[in-house]
Design a protein around this ligand. Structure first.
Ligand SMILES: Cc1ncc(C[n+]2csc(CCOP(=O)(O)OP(=O)(O)O)c2C)c(N)n1
Ligand SMILES: CC(=O)[C@@H](O)[C@H](O)COP(=O)(O)O
Ligand SMILES: [Mg+2]
Length: 637
């Protein structure tokens, strides 16, 4: 039996010697590579926190002492040490979640995988512990250098510093990277702290060597020592955190379990807020990850474990189309600039950065700041394109409303991973954007359905310079191209079925493909329909309202919240216009969705064409059976 198999709970770790822990660390790495290569997942981040997590669990008594992982994508090792060693269905329905999950274990605290929240959680937990007389319980937050760039982390630090009598240990897992190298002043500061450590080593060597070699050596040592003091004064290595009132321990080699344990034990014994600065390497111990320049295998699909190469190379997807088109736009328009919140490559801005390095800004994991900074850029004559994952725009909602929309700033938001993403679980589904953005006055939102519409709508969006524009599209491979068969004003007509169209089927974005299936299925039952893609779905186009009046029933299909989404906007707009044509809206339910594949979620929530068509057919039957069938305006001719 391996050491890993013998670990059922963190207490089992405490009987192991340092050499045994080293063997265990190797077993954990082998396990991670073997299992994550089969399922996909956050391989690089977890390979980097093996020893750190072992040390945390040896020093702190989880679950009585809470361990909060920021973002949570680096909690696989924690799972392995807390009784979850079946990773065969990692991130799949019914399998282990890719993030901490309270349903799985008492050792898991925070499930939200939006970054930079751990310090606020820890602050709250330690305040509660104090008030409840549980002072003896330490609280631990493990936060990456990337997550530490988020504003919320600094708001929390500001408060944590006030609690000198609260045992709160912040482990900064500093691997120098978010996806790409972490940017900004904080990253430089962490770097300076690291450099000081190398410097200390030189000094130790100097002390030993020079002091042994008589007077000249001693003079040289004094000079070196003076230089160290001088450098320390300039870079003030401990200055930032200690200046805030938070004790700093480090930098510590995060791959040395014994050193980490010593540092954590000191931090725990201190009894107040302490930062333990651990230096780690993302992808540690797995050559393909260690040598990957892009992102050290931050998140992989299924890969060959020996080479790290993908088993199925990814198909040309939505992100790549955006990546190409924004470069084209950039060539024509020197005022177009791009912003990313630490996700340059994942959102498709790498080619733009390559060609226009001065016109792309990585702001760190700081979506709120990205949005307002973009408002400033627009005010000063640029057209910013803020590229985010849809779910992370939630962070910047107030800034979209008050800084961009209120000031009629021409800022374009490009929301990748909109709709159901599935395997990353509840917090990653990009399902809130349309419901939230619907409330923003003046904002226009387009949902492309395929490659051509993505290109066209992006061009249309950046042409708007007096209001926020938004483009949203899903994760993954592109669907087949879906050409329009006609145009009604601004609305694309995708199909017409039957002599007398009774149902207007409205497909939002990628769901236009489902809408086409609905139209065909209704046709098979002898029910005529018009299938449309409004393209710009918010505000509801007047041409769509005109079309709705020519039908008995409107059916909307969207990859967003069914409550308050586009369907509900269409219903409200029709009601406001005094038209009582019924609207049946289909979308994602108002709930947090467990991790599963996108296809499973689509099926579970009745978003397949056949489900929607069945429901529409019975609605038509009910209308037909009703005593009064509403008179409708048929198109002339
Ligand atoms: C609010 C928010 N924005 C963006 C992301 C996407 N994201 C996930 S992990 C990550 C990088 C995190 O870097 P770091 O905290 O240093 O952790 P590491 O992966 O290096 O261990 C980013 C940007 C997120 N989870 N939350
Ligand atoms: C933790 C996090 O927020 C990201 O790493 C996310 O899991 C990546 O998702 P994609 O695989 O869709 O880029
Ligand atoms: Mg990092």
């Amino acid at each position: 039996m391996s050491y890993l198999e013998r670990i059922r709970r963190p207490a089992d770790l405490r009987t192991l010697s340092t050499p045994e822990l080293e063997v265990l660390a190797k077993e954990i790495r082998d396990f991670l590579v073997a299992s994550v290569s089969r399922t996909g997942g956050h391989l690089g981040p977890n390979l980097g926190v093996v020893e750190l997590t072992l040390a945390v669990h040896r020093v702190f008594d989880s679950p009585a002492e809470h361990i909060v992982f920021d973002t949570g994508h680096q909690a696989y090792v924690h799972k392995l040490l807390t009784g979850r060693q079946d990773f065969s269905e990692l991130r799949q329905r019914g399998g282990v979640s890719g993030y901490p999950s309270r349903a799985e274990s008492d050792h898991d605290v925070v499930e939200n995988s939006h970054a930079s929240t751990a310090l606020s959680w820890a602050d709250g937990i330690s305040k509660a512990n104090q008030l409840r007389g549980l002072h003896h319980r330490s609280v631990v937050a493990v936060i990456g250098d990337g997550a530490l760039t988020g504003g919320m982390a600094w708001e929390a630090l500001n408060n944590i510093a006030e609690g000198q009598d609260r045992s709160l240990v912040i482990v900064v897992n500093d691997n120098g990277r978010s996806y790409a190298p972490t940017i900004g002043g904080l990253a430089h500061h962490l770097d300076a702290l690291r450099t000081t450590r190398s410097y200390e080593k030189v000094l130790d060597w100097g002390k030993r060597t020079l002091q042994r070699s008589g007077t000249p050596g001693k003079v040289a040592f004094d000079a070196l020592h003076g230089m160290k003091k001088g450098i320390k004064d300039v870079i003030a290595p401990q200055g930032l955190f200690e200046g805030l009132g938070i004790k700093y321990i480090g930098p510590v080699d995060g791959h040395d379990v014994a050193a980490m344990e010593t540092a954590l034990a000191r931090a725990k014994a201190f009894g107040g807020p302490v930062i333990v600065h651990a230096i780690t390497e993302k992808g540690r111990g797995y050559t393909p990850a260690e040598t990957d320049v892009a992102d050290r295998f931050h998140a992989v699909g299924v890969i060959h474990p020996e080479t790290g190469l993908p088993v199925a190379p990814s198909r040309f997807g939505w992100t790549s189309v955006f990546a190409e088109e924004i470069v084209e736009i950039g060539r024509r328009r020197s005022d177009v600039v791009a912003l990313t919140a630490a996700m340059l490559a994942p959102v498709g801005l790498a080619p733009f950065a390559e060609e226009f390095p001065d016109r792309v800004f990585d702001v760190g994991i700081a979506e709120q700041h990205a949005v307002t900074s973009a408002a400033g850029m627009a005010y000063a004559g640029l057209h910013p394109v803020v590229a985010l994952y849809a779910t992370f725009l939630n962070r910047g909602f107030d800034q979209v409303l008050m800084d961009v929309a209120l000031h009629r700033a021409g800022v374009t938001f490009v929301l990748d991973r909109a709709g159901l993403t599935g395997d990353d679980g509840a917090s990653h589904n990009g399902m809130w954007d349309m419901a939230l953005l619907r409330t923003v006055p003046g904002l226009r939102l387009a949902a492309p359905r395929d490659e051509d519409t993505l290109r066209a709508e992006l061009r249309e969006a950046v042409a708007v310079d007096d209001a926020p524009t938004v483009l949203r599209y899903p994760k993954g491979a592109l669907p087949q191209s879906l050409p329009a068969v006609g145009r009604q004003g601004t609305v694309d007509v995708l199909a017409r079925h039957g002599g007398v169209p009774r149902v207007l089927v409205v497909g939002v974005g990628v769901m236009a493909h489902t809408a086409v299936e609905v139209g065909a299925a209704l046709d098979a039952q002898g029910i005529g329909s018009t299938v449309v893609d409004p393209r710009w779905v918010l505000p509801v186009p007047t041409d769509l309202l005109s079309l709705a009046r020519q039908h008995d029933l409107v059916v909307t299909v969207e990859d967003g919240l069914v409550t308050n989404g586009v369907g509900s906007a269409v219903r409200d707009a029709l009601a406001a216009a005094g038209t009582d044509v019924p609207v049946r809206s289909h979308g994602i339910p108002h709930a947090f969705l467990e991790h599963a594949s996108r296809a499973q979620l689509v099926e579970e929530h009745h978003l397949r064409g056949q489900d929607i068509a069945r429901e529409a057919a019975s609605a038509v039957a009910a209308l037909t059976g009703a005593a009064e069938v509403r008179p409708v305006d048929r198109p002339a001719g």
